[in-house]
Design a protein around this ligand. Structure first.
Ligand code: HEM
Length: 142
């Protein structure tokens, strides 16, 4: 990711952070509308889950310029997700729900460059998580 993209993400994230609860609710609304079959995977309290998701996004935004710290956090998160029953293909619809949420929450501030920056960030986050989940489930060769 370029320094300009990181700056665009930080600026737009700062606009959402004060309305994190609303953004979290919007996100799960979009996700379960797009993919109702994913709803039963969420067995815990959805408000708490929403708060954790927003917290994790905030942490990732803060660490975008320190990949050596961010990548292991994402790898652990991805490995935990394999345990929640999440499949690699589920990441696509979660990305769509995230972009829809950002569009709704940011409105005019979500211009094409900001959208491209978040798309790049989601690609980084999801590929790192998926790779770690895959490594976890791969048979040991040693
Ligand atoms: C790629 C970005 C994602 C991020 C940043 C993220 C973040 C989180 C966080 C912070 C938690 C709290 C528990 C923990 O830390 O282990 C969590 C739990 C969970 N996530 Fe994700 N997640 C992502 C993708 C996904 C995808 C693609 C799915 C597919 C459906 C998913 C489904 C779940 C489920 C089922 C739980 C457990 C909920 C429960 O126990 O009720 N997540 N996620």
């Amino acid at each position: 990711m370029t320094p300009q993209q990181i700056e665009l993400i930080r600026r737009s994230h700062a606009l959402i952070a004060p309305q994190a609860e609303r953004a979290g609710t919007l996100f799960y609304h979009h996700l379960f509308t797009l993919a109702p079959a994913l709803q039963p995977l969420f067995i815990g309290d959805i408000r708490q889950q929403s708060a954790r998701l927003m917290q994790m996004i905030g942490a990732a935004v803060g660490l975008l310029d320190r990949p050596q710290e961010l990548l292991p956090v994402l790898a652990h998160l991805g490995a935990r997700h394999a345990g929640y029953g999440v499949q690699a293909r589920d990441y696509q619809v979660v990305g769509v729900a995230l972009l829809e949420t950002l569009q709704e929450a940011l409105d005019a501030a979500f211009d094409s460059e900001t959208r491209a920056a978040w798309t790049a960030m989601y690609a980084l986050v999801s590929t790192t998580m998926i790779a770690a989940a895959h490594a976890e489930s791969a048979p040991q060769t040693a």
